[in-house]
Ligand binder design. Structure first.
Ligand code: UD1
Length: 419
């Protein structure tokens, strides 16, 4: 297993080009199952989760050709199988996203119950309840969700909890259903909007994506389309925290600052000077130590749970005491335990971490436990005195394109140690 070795202490400086968003690319790739003709996707990030999704689609009979790495030509018109097997789904929870489109378009789907990040119980009951309300017959057999429907019918779906992939799955299922579907308490994340825009490009009739009420008028079929995946707001935020935690100055290019409001506000509170351009953001910490900031995660437009671990690293070296409260997932503080091994003064109290900033962390061998936790350990390593080795970085490779190249370009001392 590969590891990352980081020698900390250098303020990062320079520009970093943001990649396409993992959490938009995955649902959009699943959404190509609905296409009536070829689809061309650009700005698709080169990530392990994308490779897993491509494998999953190819197994079903979807033809996929890669052009210059980031452009994919996808022909979903010869599907033979409607199955997402355990060996692929277990590595990536987002595989559940094929359930809605397969059922909506082909009337059948067998999808293994997902694994994915080890961040607490992550059920899919809302996906299943919503599809049942649209007329599907669903049973759970031998660890598989077995879903069948003649043709789904539009329904009013009120989601008990705001769920991102749940909203996406139901929206995709509704696109070819008979009549109108209304999804209430829908997730408002920009990635939901990106998926809706892609589906609309193929002829879907969707209104309200980005608001709590999404209306979908079912259509008979969709066409193919060309589409560029949105930039990754979490990757952007991670590099901006890298600037702040090292007292440096980094400009993220080809991103969308509007989608980062909650994160930029917190970086401002931490003492960074922030300059926003039409598609760029610069964070300048001017060599100063950050101030600890209180954070409470919430669905968009609140502070993203996927940025919580990175701010935990920031607070660990900041001046002052602050709390980070996680409201979306239970058990999402494994990074805090690893940071303690680097000398951080963090204590976990229920769903809150109390962070008492220390002057300096000390490099140490640490282990990544999930995707964003891994990123936070890299950030802690960049700020620490001495050398940190982050183990199990396959988690990072699921969600960060070329992380060591990008950090090297910003002046970090980092290298991959092949396992
Ligand atoms: C997505 C993101 C992930 C992000 C998360 C929250 C993708 C591929 N992943 O994950 O990076 O951290 O949103 O922003 O886009 N829940 C239920 N029942 C369900 C579904 C969810 O109770 O059927 C609960 C979950 O346990 C959790 C909350 O709803 O407490 C939010 O989860 P959800 O938004 O579904 O997360 P994901 O879509 O899996």
């Amino acid at each position: 297993m590969d590891r990352l070795e980081i020698t900390g202490g250098t303020p990062l400086a320079g520009e970093v080009r943001v990649s396409g968003a993992k959490n938009a690319a995955l649902p959009i790739l699943a959404g190509t199952l609905l296409a009536g003709g070829p689809v061309v996707l650009s700005n698709v990030p080169h990530l392990n989760d994308v490779t897993t999704t491509v494998k999953l689609l190819r197994r079903m009979g979807v033809e996929i050709t890669f052009h210059d790495g980031l452009r994919l030509e996808i022909d979903p018109t010869q599907i033979r199988e409607h199955l997402a097997p355990y060996e692929l789904v277990k590595t990536m929870r987002a595989s559940i996203l094929v359930l809605g489109p397969l059922l909506g378009r082909y009337g059948r789907a067998d999808v293994s119950l997902p694994g994915g990040c080890a961040i607490g119980a992550r059920p899919v009951d809302l996906h299943v309840t919503g599809l049942r309300a649209m007329g599907a017959t669903i049973s759970i057999e031998n660890g598989y969700i077995r879903a069948r429907a003649e043709r789904l019918r539009g329904a009013r779906l009120v989601l008990d909890t705001v769920t991102v992939t749940g909203t996406e799955n139901l929206m995709m299922a509704a696109v070819c259903a008979r009549g109108e579907s209304v999804i209430e308490n829908a997730a408002r994340e920009p990635e939901v909007v990106d998926l809706a825009d892609f589906l609309i490009r193929m002829g879907a009739q969707i209104e309200g994506a980005g608001t709590p009420t999404i209306r979908v008028q079912g259509v008979e079929s969709l066409s193919g389309a060309s589409y560029a995946v949105m930039p990754d707001r979490i990757e952007t935020g991670t590099y901006l925290v890298a600037a702040a935690i090292t007292g440096g100055r980094v400009t993220a290019l080809r991103t969308r600052p509007k989608e980062l409001d909650a994160v930029l506000q917190k970086l401002g509170e931490a003492g960074a000077a922030i300059e926003v351009g039409p598609d760029s953001v610069e964070v300048d910490m001017r060599g100063r130590r950050p101030t600890a900031v209180d954070i409470k995660t919430a669905p968009f437009p609140g502070f993203p749970t996927d940025m919580q671990a990175q701010f935990c690293a920031l607070n660990a070296v900041a001046s002052g005491t602050a709390t980070i409260t996680e409201t979306i997932f239970e058990n999402r503080f494994q990074h805090a335990l690893e940071m303690q091994r680097m000398g951080a003064n963090l204590s976990i109290q229920g769903n809150t971490v109390v962070c008492r900033g220390v002057e300096r962390l000390a490099g140490a061998p640490v282990m990544a436990t999930d995707l964003r936790a891994s990123a936070s350990l890299v950030l802690a390593g960049l700020a620490a005195h001495g050398t940190t080795v982050v183990d199990r970085i396959y988690h990072i490779d699921r969600g960060y394109e070329c992380i060591e190249e990008k950090l090297l370009q910003l002046g970090a001392t980092i290298r991959r140690l092949p396992g």
